[in-house]
Design a protein around this ligand. Structure first.
Ligand code: MG
Length: 264
C-alpha cells in the first residue's frame, strides 16, 4: 500500500519526525564508553513514553524475526548493522554504534537511524564509512521531489556508496511510511534512474543507506534479529524520514535544534 498523507496528517508527521530526531540525538549524546546497550534501550523507552508516543519496535514481529522485538531501539555495534537487538554489552572507546528508532505519535510514524563513533577514538575507516552513508542519504533526499521516480533516489544513493568503494546490499533498503512504519514503495539503495513509482506531494519515505566495509552479505545473529556483516567488518547506517512537498522534499526527522539553528 502506498499512502498519501492529508495536510492534517502532514502537520502531525512533522511533530513525530522531530520527536524521533530529538530522541536519537539524546541517546547519541548519552552513549559513551561503559554505556550498556540495555541502558540505551531503557532511555529510549522512557523518552518515547514520556512524549506520549508508541514504539514501532516493541511488538514488531515480522516473518524474519524471532517473535516480537521486545525493545525500543535498535543498537548495532561495529559489525551489527540492521535490527540490532539490545543486549547486555558495554560500549568501548572507538566502537561504531548505530541507533535506529521508529515511533508513532498521534497516528503517524517516523523512522530514523544514526551511526557514530563512541568516545574519543576516531578510526579513519569508521569515520569515512559513516560519512559515505550520510552523503548518500543527502543525495537521495536531493533527488526526491514531485515527479521524481524511486529509481532516481536509488540511483543517487547507490552512486555515492559505489564511488566511496562500498558494495551495496539490495535485500534491505528504504520504504514508504505513514500511519504505519513499513509501507510501499521499497527504496533500494541502488537502482536505475527513471524507473519505479513516481513521487507525489504527501508521500512520506524513510531513506536509509547502509553499508558494510568489504561485503554485501549479511548473517543473522544467534538472537534471531541482529544482522551482521558476513565477514565481521564494520558497518554504518544513516536514515531520515522525509516528506514529498509541492516543490521538493522536507526532512522530518531532524532534532528541533537542527531544524531551527540557534542564533549566534
Ligand atoms: Mg527504516
Amino acid at each position: 500500500m502506498i499512502e498519501i498523507l492529508t495536510p492534517g496528517q502532514l502537520a502531525r508527521a512533522r511533530v513525530t519526525g522531530a520527536l524521533v530526531g530529538e530522541i536519537l540525538q539524546a541517546l547519541k549524546h548519552r552513549s559513551a564508553p561503559g554505556t550498556n546497550l540495555l541502558e540505551i534501550d531503557r532511555w529510549a523507552k522512557d523518552l518515547i513514553l514520556e512524549a506520549g508516543a508508541t514504539s514501532c519496535y516493541v511488538d514488531y514481529a515480522p516473518s524474519f524475526g524471532r517473535g516480537p522485538f521486545g525493545h525500543y531501539v535498535c543498537t548495532g555495534v561495529n559489525d551489527a548493522v540492521l535490527h540490532g537487538l539490545p543486549r547486555d554489552q558495554e560500549l568501548r572507546d572507538g566502537d561504531l554504534l548505530t541507533l535506529d528508532l521508529a515511533v508513532v505519535l498521534d497516528g503517524i510514524a517516523a523512522d530514523a537511524a544514526v551511526s557514530f563513533v563512541v568516545g574519543e577514538a576516531r578510526p579513519a575507516e569508521s569515520v569515512a564509512m559513516i560519512a559515505a552513508t550520510e552523503r548518500a542519504l543527502a543525495a537521495g533526499i536531493a533527488a526526491a521531489g514531485p515527479g521524481a521516480r524511486i529509481g532516481d533516489l536509488s540511483h543517487a544513493i547507490g552512486t555515492v556508496l559505489g564511488e566511496a568503494g562500498y558494495p551495496v546490499n539490495t535485500e534491505f533498503g528504504g520504504h514508504g511510511i505513514g500511519s504505519t512504519m513499513h509501507q510501499d514503495p521499497h527504496v533500494s539503495n541502488t537502482g536505475r534512474p527513471g524507473r519505479g513509482y513516481r513521487l507525489r506531494p504527501g508521500l512520506m519515505l524513510a531513506l536509509e543507506p547502509w553499508v558494510m566495509a568489504d561485503t554485501d552479505e549479511l548473517v543473522t545473529d544467534a538472537d534471531g534479529w541482529t544482522l551482521r556483516s558476513a565477514t565481521g567488518c564494520r558497518t554504518a547506517h544513516s536514515e531520515h524520514t522525509i516528506m514529498i512537498t509541492e516543490d521538493g522534499a522536507e526532512i522530518l526527522s531532524l532534532p528541533p535544534s537542527a531544524s531551527h539553528p540557534a542564533q549566534p
